[in-house]
Design a protein around this ligand. Structure first.
Ligand code: CP3
Length: 347
């Protein structure tokens, strides 16, 4: 077996031969191999069949030569055993059949045991550890706030008005829901690590909708609980959000050995705010992948220049790969990151 440990080494801020690179949403509709499987199975069916989920996880590893695999699943899967009902309607995104709006709704959520309720996720992890051939496997979950936003809104949202109305008008309901989710998501991450995930990422994709003081009061303690539960298992923990420029110091306090950065802040500025005692992941704008290769080259080089060859940089996008992204441009980024970081980038 050929071990590729540069991703895990970078998470621990150890020296690496070349900068590791992987992409959020590296499996998905921009790849023909994925679309072929989606013709036969729904998204949830793929997740619930461990062999198929494992195969989809492998697709970008084979096609792109990335330095890490991310388990194919979705942050909303725990909603199913919680009894809230989950559907991905065509063109509509996720839909929760029974949104949580009252204290009774919170208390009506079913008890959760990740190893038995989401056994199919754990089985996919166990299969992948056999087939990945030394490429590290990242498990993941949504952070309590981002998952809560779907559960309260009943689906995707722009303004998060139902979520914020609950926070500001009936904080006791919001805190009760976050408490429940923190326990569920901690258990879910720990189960993934026990099954064989070698690192985990906590996606707080929509937390940038909040001010720092609201983050501190309504989110930090619950994210902290999930992040600390994973850190106690001695694997790297990536803490990711978008629109987080003002939240980074608080996200650092919540936890994570690696902080994910979106593209709104230059990587060096973000790393300075976070401090060099943590690794960083990011931060190419996913839309750059639609630009000509000459522009992509400049942008990749710029990010590596800002990382200054400092140990602890994992190259990624600032958010997930978009649907119509040209696959050859994604592959080009992997090769460019490896090529440019092999020679010391001049600062
Ligand atoms: O390759 C990977 O990154 C692993 C798979 C993965 C999926 N979802 C599969 C998926 C991961 C890591 C996620 C995380 C996820 N899911 C997040 C956090 C990351 C982010 O992008 O901010 C969120 C917010 C969700 C919730 C979710 N799932 C939404 C809003 C949607 C619909 C939007 C869309 O693109 O259609 C999904 C569906 C989903 N999950 C797809 C994939 C590949 C879409 C493709 C499909 O329907 O086949």
């Amino acid at each position: 077996m050929e071990i590729n440990d540069r991703f895990l080494r970078a998470c621990r801020r150890e020296s690496v031969d070349i900068t590791p690179v992987w992409f959020m949403r590296q499996a998905g509709r921009y790849m023909a191999e994925y679309r072929a499987i989606r013709e036969k199975y729904s998204l949830i069916e793929i997740c619930q069949h461990p062999e198929i989920a494992a195969e989809v996880t492998m697709q970008p590893v084979r096609a792109l030569g990335v330095d890490a695999a991310i388990l194919f699943a979705d942050i909303l899967l725990p909603v199913i055993p919680l009894g809230l009902g989950l559907e991905f309607a065509k063109g509509e995104g996720p839909m929760i059949a029974s949104p949580v709006r009252t204290l009774d709704d919170v208390h009506a959520m079913k008890p959760f045991d990740a190893e038995s309720d989401l056994r199919y996720v754990m089985d996919a992890i166990r299969i992948l550890r056999g087939t990945l051939n030394g490429v590290p496997l990242i498990g993941f979950c949504g952070a309590p706030f981002t998952v809560a936003s779907y559960i309260i809104e009943g689906g995707s949202s722009r303004e998060f008005l139902k979520t914020k109305t609950m926070m500001y008008s009936t904080p006791e309901i919001f805190h009760a829901l976050m408490e429940k989710l923190a326990a569920v998501l901690s258990d879910y991450l720990v189960a993934q690590i026990r099954a064989g995930a070698q690192a985990v990422q906590v996606f707080d994709s929509w937390v940038g909708a909040l001010s720092p003081s609201d983050y501190e009061m309504f989110v930090l303690p619950y994210s902290q609980k999930v992040l600390k539960a994973a850190e106690a298992m001695n694997v790297p923990v990536i803490h990711f959000g978008t629109n987080t420029t003002t939240l980074l110091p608080f996200m650092k306090r919540a936890g994570g050995s690696v902080l994910g950065l979106d593209w709104r802040l230059p990587l060096d500025d973000g790393w300075k705010i976070i401090g060099y005692d943590r690794a960083v992941q990011g931060n190419l704008d996913p839309a750059i992948l639609f630009a000509p290769l000459s522009e992509i080259k400049k942008r990749v080089h710029d990010i590596l220049r800002r990382a200054e060859g400092r140990p602890g940089h994992i190259f990624n996008l600032g958010h997930g790969i978009l649907q119509h992204t040209p696959v050859d441009h994604v592959k080009a980024v992997v090769d460019l990151v490896h090529e440019y970081s092999a020679v010391k980038v001049e600062v």
